[in-house]
Write a protein that binds this ligand. Structure first.
Ligand SMILES: [Zn+2]
Ligand SMILES: [Zn+2]
Length: 419
């Protein structure tokens, strides 16, 4: 929920923040910074301007709090001294003296030097913060709130974002364990396989680019994209991927390989026809490969594909390292003996399990059918994914256990498996 003052804060901050961001652009256009400045240096300028902005905001906010706080402290100390003289006055033997010390505590004038009744009566009330004190303190708090709370709300939730780290091994990451159905817990289909520093993205449903960042991978780190088929929930982020790869300040400059099923180039050509130069770059080439029952060789690993039963072009992938570690991903499919062959003895078998057994839909698997494929292929671990919301209301594991007794994991977004 967005509160009203956040709205004001956001627009206010955006203006100030954007202005400071553009200072480096201005310097660039004036020739003060060379065009040859590497992108990371521009990043430093951007960070520097945001640092100055934050320091400035912090100093202004704190300084407007100093006066009210000082005033409050001096008033409190005055209250304490009045109170202590009143308490010591209570021990006077004469009732008149005791009354006198009470009158003096209230601040009622007791000597010719303090004739003003107004001054006298404000004595006790002077110990409370004045209107102006509250006003300035309020301004200070509001300022800090606008700058920090609303500013932070514009930033990605950083605790979830891990920096890119080189990884010496093989790793599978489930980016999206869901479907086409919008969900706060299960993103659209996408997975990553890392083999040392090589990054393979398998499918790219909507939200993939953001979830890549959450596991410390940028679009520039991706070497190969593998598409199981062209249903929108599996390809939605391809256009944003290519468009963002052209982003002026950090364009991609490494070639990209995309593998898809039969007819994928026709689909890709249609995208180029629609978006033209917005998704085409002069800085890198996109190498398309159509695949049915094929093997693709890469340094240190190979990718095997076999046709599946879903759309005519649907294929499943086996990614296998030179030393024999393997991950198989089915994409969307019904039962198909090809999948059993492709997944033979694999370390991890990632199968779709779109609906529960009792709701099974043609062209998709259910937990017990997925279990049958897992048993027949003798995979070492089964991961069920592509889960429609109904799957979260039933016990998938026990349905799957009717046909498969091995290790079983129900996929969650951002889940990682090391091999
Ligand atoms: Zn599909
Ligand atoms: Zn799907």
């Amino acid at each position: 929920m967005v509160s009203v003052d956040s709205d004001i804060g956001d627009s206010w901050n955006l203006k100030a923040f954007n202005y400071l961001q553009y200072i480096p652009t201005g310097l660039l256009s004036q020739g003060f910074i060379s065009e040859d400045v590497p992108h990371f240096s521009r990043g430093v300028f951007h960070n520097l301007s945001s640092l100055v902005f934050h320091l400035w905001s912090l100093v202004s906010g704190l300084s407007s709090l100093v006066f009210p706080l000082w005033s409050l402290v001096s008033r409190l100390s005055s209250l304490v001294s009045r109170l202590s003289s009143f308490l010591s006055g209570l021990s006077f033997p004469s009732p008149v003296s005791r009354l006198w010390s009470f009158v003096s505590f209230l601040g009622i004038p007791t000597s010719p030097a303090n004739r003003s009744w107004t001054m006298g009566f404000t004595g006790i009330f002077n110990t409370l913060p004045s209107f102006s004190t509250l006003f300035f303190a309020g301004l200070g708090v509001l300022w800090l709130h606008l700058v920090y709370f609303t500013e932070n709300s514009l930033q990605p939730p950083t605790p979830d974002v891990v920096p890119f780290q080189s990884y010496d091994g093989m790793e599978l990451i489930i980016l999206g364990s869901g479907t086409c159905v919008p969900s706060l817990t299960r993103g659209s289909p996408a997975s990553v396989i890392r083999i040392s520093d090589q990054i393979l993205l398998i499918d790219s449903g909507s939200g993939t680019l953001e979830r890549l960042l959450r596991v410390g991978i940028t679009i520039h780190d991706v070497d190969v994209i593998l598409y199981t088929h062209t249903h929108p929930d599996h390809v939605a982020d391809l256009v944003p991927f290519l468009f963002a790869s052209k982003y002026d300040w950090a364009p991609r400059d490494r070639d990209l390989t995309i593998i898809g099923g039969k007819g994928f180039s026709t689909f890709f050509d249609a995208l180029i026809k629609t978006y033209g130069k917005w998704i085409q770059s002069e800085l890198f080439s996109t190498h398309l490969r159509e695949s049915e029952e094929d093997t693709h060789h890469f340094p240190g690993f190979r990718i095997l594909t076999k046709p599946m039963t879903h759309l005519p072009e649907s294929i499943a992938y086996r990614v296998e390292t030179e030393d024999g570690r393997a991950v198989v991903l089915s994409g969307d499919t019904d039962y198909n003996p090809n999948l059993v062959k492709l997944a033979a003895d694999t370390d991890i078998l990632v199968l779709e399990s779109a609906f529960p057994d009792e709701e099974r839909v043609k062209g998709h698997l259910s937990p017990s059918v997925a279990g049958r494929i897992a048993s027949e292929s003798r995979c070492k671990k089964l991961v069920l994914t592509h889960l429609y919301p109904i799957c979260d209301t039933i016990d998938l594991k026990s349905q799957c256990a009717s046909t498969y007794k091995g290790p079983l994991v129900i996929a969650q977004d951002l889940m990682r498996f090391q091999l």
